[in-house]
Ligand binder design. Structure first.
Ligand SMILES: Nc1ncnc2c1ncn2[C@@H]1O[C@H](COP(=O)(O)OP(=O)(O)OP(=O)(O)O)[C@@H](O)[C@H]1O
Ligand SMILES: [Mg+2]
Length: 236
């Protein structure tokens, strides 16, 4: 039976990859400011619009900052929160408190990484974890892989379609490993366009099991409405 799909929140990206595979985890990597959180917000907003229950686990941003960032693109997250469709968890605060009071001999950060999925209530269908890179720092590669596998397993057991965001600082260190844990992997990056001499933002679908993916990089821009996939790649 063909795997079900859920919208990415970007119509043009849906045309290219048919949406995210339902119930699976997708790794999203990229450097600072490239658009990882915006991609996650598109997904969450679309799922809320469809009446699905969503959770956003923020390890670096406060819920207030996330709401403000979303509002900048015209998305009122508090409306979805009031409707009971969205829960934003501030994972950051707990992580810092635990680190402060833990025995210096034990790695509380490590323990916490394993518990991230516990934040997600049973009836939630769509999850964004933004970003797991903070938990990886100082962790051996095998440990990172083991814990990411566990996170992916737990989210899948809860039936969640998940975007797991990981910054490139950690991603380049661990990415080849991390990519194997998830069903799909998306890389967002910037480069100089040799023809226009301008910098451009691009998405590479590094893998998406059960899906025909383009080999080409997909250019996009970020504007007041969020991510726009640029025309050139849609014509191909
Ligand atoms: N209204 C807007 N119009 C155009 N671009 C915007 C607007 N608001 C934010 N941006 C751009 O969106 C980008 C931020 O994207 P985002 O926060 O998703 O990045 P990120 O990959 O999550 O970064 P980080 O690693 O720091 O979390 C910034 O480069 C910013 O300039
Ligand atoms: Mg971000």
């Amino acid at each position: 039976m063909a795997i079900s799909r859920v919208s990415t929140g970007l119509k043009d990206l849906d045309k290219i990859i048919e949406g995210y595979p339902e119930g699976k985890a997708i790794l999203v990597t990229g450097d600072a400011g490239v658009g990882k959180t915006v991609l996650g917000l598109h997904f969450i907003v679309e799922q809320c619009e469809q009446g699905k229950k969503c959770a956003f686990l923020a390890t670096e941003e406060s819920p207030e900052d996330l709401r403000a960032q979303a509002l900048g693109f015209g998305w009122d997250l508090s409306k979805y929160e009031d409707e009971g469709l969205l829960q934003i968890y501030e994972v950051l605060e707990r992580r810092m408190i635990e680190a402060r009071f833990s025995d210096p001999g034990e790695s509380s950060v490590e323990i916490h990484f394993k518990e991230v999925a516990n934040y997600v209530p049973e009836n939630v269908s769509s999850v964004v974890v933004d970003n797991i890179g903070v938990y990886a720092l100082g962790m051996p590669v095998e440990k990172f892989r083991e814990q990411l596998d566990l996170l992916v397993y737990m989210l899948a057991k809860k039936g969640c379609t998940s975007l797991i965001i990981c910054d490139d600082a950690v991603g380049t260190q661990y990415n080849n490993i991390a990519m194997y844990s998830t069903y799909g992997a998306i890389w967002m990056f910037r480069r100089e366009n040799a023809y226009t001499n301008r910098r451009e933002r691009l998405i590479e679908i590094r893998k998406m099991r059960s899906t025909k993916v383009p080999l080409d990089y997909l250019p996009f821009e970020i504007s007041g409405g969020g991510i726009n996939m640029l025309k050139s790649n849609l014509d191909e």
